[in-house]
Design a protein around this ligand. Structure first.
Ligand SMILES: [Zn+2]
Length: 331
């Protein structure tokens, strides 16, 4: 038996009686871990068939088959008859194959959703939603850049742990005092946002106002100090070198930004299955490549050699950030 408890996920279940139905014999089950009891909505053989459909859908999508061709499983007459009475399955016109009606996946019973197959199936669907959202950005310059900058701001947050100095005291005093404060994380987030806007202005020539500085609900930060520290970073020679590098490699910065934007969505939508994550990340790279008129492979190769290039930029600095740890893909 491949079933698990829909409440706690335990696979230690006991049969507790049975009822006859149109589709066959339905089990009454009890979870030995949390004592939850329920009537199965599907007989054993149909349950396994549906799991097979869920698996096939996931495999097909991972093999990059289009949605219209994904998830079909061959059926004999007996199964066709039984499956017609289930509202979350569809049968093809010839009556030879069936699949999960993914558009109607909300009707999947809890006992299916709580299996590994059901969970991964739902994550794949959520990931396909992200893919659609990313593809919609392709022809919308404004929304596209907004997403890129949101992603860059997310990415730049990772700089907060990567400051270094050649000799003690090389890091500018004001910045150091910020870093020693207990709320450095919050401050670093503000600085990241500001740096992302600085990139927007320097690389794409769009002057976004430094919005959002005072509007957060948390305790106020010393804004004047924050501005002067941000300016200090923005005017440092390493940041200037980074800007001039990305000016001639805009697509790389867009690929990074959009990937981190996708990464945020993946976290927000609780997608954990690697295959599902990759679908969404792939969509980001594809959109950037298409917009800049290059192949996905060449974009990937250039992203792979990015870290080396950034290393060379900051070779002779006295203090800085490990930018190659920061300007990287989230996966
Ligand atoms: Zn349980």
């Amino acid at each position: 038996m491949r079933r698990v408890c829909p409440k706690c996920g335990s696979s230690s279940l006991q049969k507790h009686g049975e009822v006859r139905s149109e589709q066959g014999i339905l089990q009454k089950l009890k979870c030995m871990s949390c004592k939850h009891e329920w009537h199965s909505q599907l007989p054993e053989d149909l349950f396994d068939k549906v799991l097979e459909m869920l698996r096939t859908f996931v495999w097909d999508i991972e093999a990059r088959k289009p949605l219209s061709e994904a998830g079909w499983v061959s059926l004999n007459e007996d199964y066709v008859k039984k499956l017609r009475s289930i509202n979350f399955c569809e049968i093809d016109r010839e009556g030879m194959r069936g699949r999960i009606d993914y558009k109607n996946h909300k009707s999947l019973p809890g006992e299916l959703l709580s299996t590994d197959e059901g969970r991964i199936f739902c994550e794949i669907l959520r990931s396909l939603e992200i893919v659609q959202e990313i593809e919609a950005l392709k022809n919308n310059d404004y929304e596209y850049l907004k997403a890129v900058v949101a992603g860059l701001s997310e990415m730049l947050k990772n700089a907060r742990f990567s400051f270094w100095e050649v000799e003690e005291g090389s890091i500018p005093e004001k910045l150091r005092s910020f870093m020693l404060r207990p709320r450095w994380n919050v401050t670093a987030e503000r600085i990241s946002r500001s740096l992302a806007l600085n990139l927007l202005k320097s690389i794409w020539g769009i002057d976004g106002a430094l919005k959002g500085y005072g509007e957060a609900n948390d305790r106020p930060i010393d804004l004047d100090l924050l501005r002067s520290v941000t300016r200090e970073i923005e005017e440092s020679s390493q940041w200037r070198k980074i800007i001039s590098f990305f000016k001639s490699n805009k697509d790389l910065l867009e690929a990074l930004g959009l990937s981190w934007y996708v990464s945020r969505k993946i976290i927000d939508r609780e997608i954990e299955y690697l295959g599902a994550k990759l679908l969404a990340f792939e969509a980001a790279i594809k959109v950037v490549a298409e917009r800049s008129g290059e192949t996905i492979n060449s974009l990937r190769e250039r992203l792979a050699s990015l870290s080396e290039n950034l290393d060379n930029l900051i070779f002779e600095e006295k203090w800085g950030v490990n930018w190659n740890d920061v300007f990287r893909l989230p996966y």
